[in-house]
Design a protein around this ligand. Sequence first.
Ligand SMILES: [Zn+2]
Ligand SMILES: [Zn+2]
Length: 198
Amino acid sequence: MFKTEKKIYIRKIGDINNTILEELKDGLNKIFNKFNLSIKILNDEMPLKQSDYNKARQQYFADPILNRLFQYSINKQFFRTLGILDVDIYSAGLNFVFGIATAPENKLLKFYGTCIISVTRLRQEFYNYESNEELFKSRTLKEAVHELGHTFGLRHCKNYCIMRFSNHLGETDEKPVEYCDSCLSKLSNFLDDKNFRS
Ligand SMILES: [Zn+2]
Ligand SMILES: [Zn+2]
């Protein structure tokens, strides 16, 4: 019943430059190919809804967006789906988020996992600094690898590791794009084919 070839699908949510998706795909391929995961950009974009927008905060509420994407990936039977947005997002109890993911304790994670990231706050122009394309590219990849890590059951990690929590760009820039040995072995266990026999 379960498809043996596992993929990470990238889905555009609302308006976002295609180049960002293409570059992200290349970066993710380098990291996840060794786990036999291939990356595919989907053609069907997901629209943002007016109800996702909080006028007072001038931000989009990430939680219902993630839920819709999760429902979509279950319907499509997509192993992992990463939604990417270029609007400012927040989550319950937080001023803003770089991204959010299906909770690591969700039982469905064995089969389907979903996360979303927003690139809006990854541009340093957002904070009135001069733009830096290379840093922007590397931050986008880092946030994606981090949120995907959550969908593979990983929690925040104190090591020099991509699963380290980051609350501002400085912290994102400090962490490496790789998983530490401890997270890597959890990830390999999670992806071990035995787990996916139904
Ligand atoms: Zn996190
Ligand atoms: Zn780690």
